[in-house]
Design a protein around this ligand. Structure first.
Ligand code: FES
Length: 380
């Protein structure tokens, strides 16, 4: 079946399973999308057998892509066992990691087990920025592990999460990625959920910063046509909302460390949404029949202006979590949309976040201490 047919299928299939193995993490990134009260889940992480059961059930539902994520998935001692089970089930397996805790021995083991892809995240293009925003002195280790992944011919993607204090480093980071031999780079502007929402005043870049970084990215693409470079813009600067997760419960399924099953990583912020858990129900019943997965499927749930909007099928009303977090109404149009009556919540915030003292921080190539001092750091 062509990919387009899968996505438009009347009976949705959870093609992409994100297994958040743990919320524990040695980093303290202030833009982490994990829930800010994640410590609650840490006491109730699924065990190895439960994770393998999740993988089996999801595969039966049609899942083919597996993201092994966190927190830091390398902190799970049973990661090789989980990876082996996933490969025996036929998943395409992607390890999403900071590389903190990664060793050449582990890489050799993952290669033997058939790991298909590794995504390594960087917090800055130099040692100091990386340390400052990740909270660990890990830059040299990340470089060494990136080289080791390439030597072992495991497919590699580098991920650089962008915000006001490192956006100017885009050219440096791209040059670094090219010198390392990376073939795929994702420049992902921070999206404002979890810790990032708490810190959005300190992290949101200006429009000028963004435009410059995009131009620099385009210049780099022309000079390095063999490298795939994705630039993910922050939706606060868009005029139409993103089709979040390709549409609620159409394609993606996230299983949180404690077994909660989510249509998107942030769904637990929505009040009254009865979040199902793999310890109480099968993935099949959760995906097809649970109230949480059906609540915002399709367009039936919409109210005006989305209900009569000619573009409603294109964006499915945007992001439900963002709509709730910014407006308090989970059925509202995503305020990122300029057709939303609450679009001013975005435009007012843009003005407020990028004026006065904030702008003064942009002249420096280093994070301005006043702005950084106000950041709420993710704790481990
Ligand atoms: Fe939940 Fe967008 S993050 S719907």
């Amino acid at each position: 079946m062509p990919a387009e047919s899968f996505f438009n299928s009347a009976r949705p299939i959870p093609l992409w399973l994100l297994a958040e193995l743990t919320y524990a993490c040695p980093l303290q990134c202030p833009y982490c999308s994990n829930p800010t009260d994640f410590y609650r889940s840490r006491k109730h992480e699924l065990n190895t057998a439960q994770w393998i059961d999740v993988l089996q059930q999801a595969r039966k539902l049609g899942a083919v892509q597996l993201g092994l994520s966190g927190g830091e998935p390398l902190l799970r001692q049973d990661l090789p066992e989980i990876l082996a089970a996933a490969k025996s089930l036929g998943y395409f397996c992607n390890l999403i990691t900071s590389a903190v805790g990664l060793t050449t021995e582990k890489l050799d083991q993952f290669k033997r087990l058939g790991l298909d892809h590794i995504q390594i995240s960087f917090q800055g293009s130099d040692r100091e920025t990386n340390h400052r925003f990740g909270g660990t002195d890990s830059f040299d280790h990340k470089l060494a592990m990136t080289r080791s992944v390439i030597e072992r011919q495991i497919a590699l993607g580098l991920n650089f999460v962008l915000h006001r204090h490192n956006l100017h480093q885009v050219p440096d980071f791209l040059r670094l990625a090219a010198s390392l031999g990376a073939q795929f780079v994702e420049l992902a502007n921070t999206q404002y959920y979890g810790w990032a929402l708490q810190n959005r005043q300190q992290l949101l870049p200006t429009r000028e910063q963004l435009q410059k970084a995009e131009e620099q990215t385009n210049d780099f693409r022309k000079q390095h046509p063999a490298m795939d470079v994705f630039f993910v813009a922050p939706d606060y600067y868009e005029t139409r909302p993103k089709k979040c997760c390709n549409g609620w419960a159409t394609t993606f399924m996230t299983v949180a460390p404690d077994g909660d099953v989510l249509p998107c990583q942030s769904a637990r912020v929505i009040p009254g949404l009865a979040i199902p858990n793999v310890k109480q129900a099968s993935l099949q019943s959760i995906w097809h029949d649970s109230a949480a997965f059906n609540q915002f499927r399709g367009t039936q749930w919409m109210q005006e202006p989305c209900k009569s909007c000619p573009e409603k099928e294109a964006d499915l009303g945007g992001c439900r979590c963002q709509a709730f977090l910014l407006t308090g109404d989970v059925h509202a149009a995503d305020p990122v949309c300029e057709l939303s009556p609450q679009h001013h919540l975005i435009t007012d915030f843009l003005v407020q976040a990028t004026e006065k003292e904030s702008l003064s921080t942009l002249a420096s190539s280093r994070p301005h201490s006043d702005a950084v001092d106000k950041i709420v750091w993710r704790n481990s």
